[in-house]
Ligand binder design. Structure first.
Ligand code: S3P
Length: 179
């Protein structure tokens, strides 16, 4: 705080939410609208390690993936302005939550588990969804919902919206937060 007023927010839009909520697509569209670069934490992890996310989980294990995820987040938040699509599980880590909270305007793309299940299908290529996709998503959602709630400056209910509509709503939320 300076003179009793909050510091200006960094020029960053951070999209959080469950896998299947549309963070990557919406992030790209929002970045186009803003004329800002777009970074996706999973893509950054893949670029840094030379491995796909499923390969990292299979070969190195989830803790190694989470460590690479934190590194990717730190790097992404070194850029400004930027739109960052933050992978669904990054919020599990306390340090990541602080980075996200302080990193810019945080918009939660909130979706019902039914919506996520419809979009994700059999969960192929998603390491945490082996087996019963709907049940796994419901369990992950139950743990994470409160964390997303605590972090979000704004929430967009994406279930009945197109990616373009969600991107427009996210950019509006950013404009309002910066006003
Ligand atoms: C994960 C979400 C995925 C990916 C990995 C783990 C999670 O990213 O990082 O499969 O724990 O929710 P998206 O949220 O971009 O799908």
């Amino acid at each position: 705080m300076v003179d009793g007023r909050a510091q200006p927010r960094p020029n960053r839009l951070l999209l959080i939410g469950m896998m299947g909520s549309g963070k990557t697509t919406v992030g790209r569209l929002a970045a186009e609208r803003l004329g800002w670069p777009h970074l996706d934490s999973d893509a950054e992890v893949e670029a840094a390690t030379g491995k796909t996310v499923p390969e990292i989980f299979a070969v190195l294990g989830e803790p190694a993936f989470r460590a690479a995820e934190t590194t990717a987040l730190v790097r992404a938040l070194d850029t400004e302005p930027v739109v960052v699509s933050v992978a669904g599980g990054a919020v599990l880590d306390t340090g990541n939550r602080r980075l996200i909270r302080e990193g810019g305007t945080v918009v939660w793309l909130r979706a019902e588990v039914d919506t996520l299940t419809d979009r994700i299908g059999d969960g192929a290529g998603r390491p945490l969804l082996d087996g019963d996709t709907e049940r796994a998503l419901a369990e992950l959602d139950a743990v994470r919902r409160l964390l997303y709630t605590q972090l979000a400056d704004a929430v967009v209910d994406v279930d009945d919206m197109t990616p373009e509509q969600v991107a427009r709503a996210a950019v509006l939320a950013l404009d309002r937060a910066e006003a």
